[in-house]
Design a binder for this molecule. Sequence first.
Ligand code: HEC
Length: 103
Amino acid sequence: MSSEIVKGNNEKVIDLSEKMAANYDKLLDLFPENSKTGYDTEALPTIWLQKDEFNNLMVSTSNKAREFAQLAASLTGDELKEAQKNLIWSSCKACHDRFRMPH
Ligand code: HEC
C-alpha cells in the first residue's frame, strides 16, 4: 500500500484518524512507573507488569489508526464503518478488556 494519502470526501475522518495515531504514539510515555496508583485511575496494575504487551497494543492501535486513515481515502458508507470496526474499535477493546477496570 502506498503511504501517500489521497484525500477524498473523508478528509475529516482521515485527519482525525491521523491525530489519533499520533496520540497513541504519545501515550506510550504517559504510563510511567510513578503513575501506578493515585490520580483516580482506572488503569489496572497489570499494565506495569506486562508493559511490553501494553505498549505493543498501543503501537498496534496507532498503526491501525494510520491504516484506517489511508483506507478512509477510498472507502465510504458501510465499508468505511466495517473498516472502523475492525481497525479502530477492536483495538480499543483489545486493550480495555485486559488493562482497564470494568466501568
Ligand atoms: C493500549 C491500551 C489502550 C488502548 C489501545 C485504548 N485504551 Fe482507552 N484506556 C486504557 C486505559 C488503561 C484506561 C484507563 C486510564 C486511567 O483511568 O488512567 C483507558 C481509558 C479510556 C477512557 C476513559 C478516559 C477517562 O478519562 O476516564 C476512554 C473514553 C477510552 N479509554 C477510550 C478509548 C478508545 C475510544 C480507544 C480506541 C480508539 C481506546 N480507548 C484504546 C487503555 C487503552
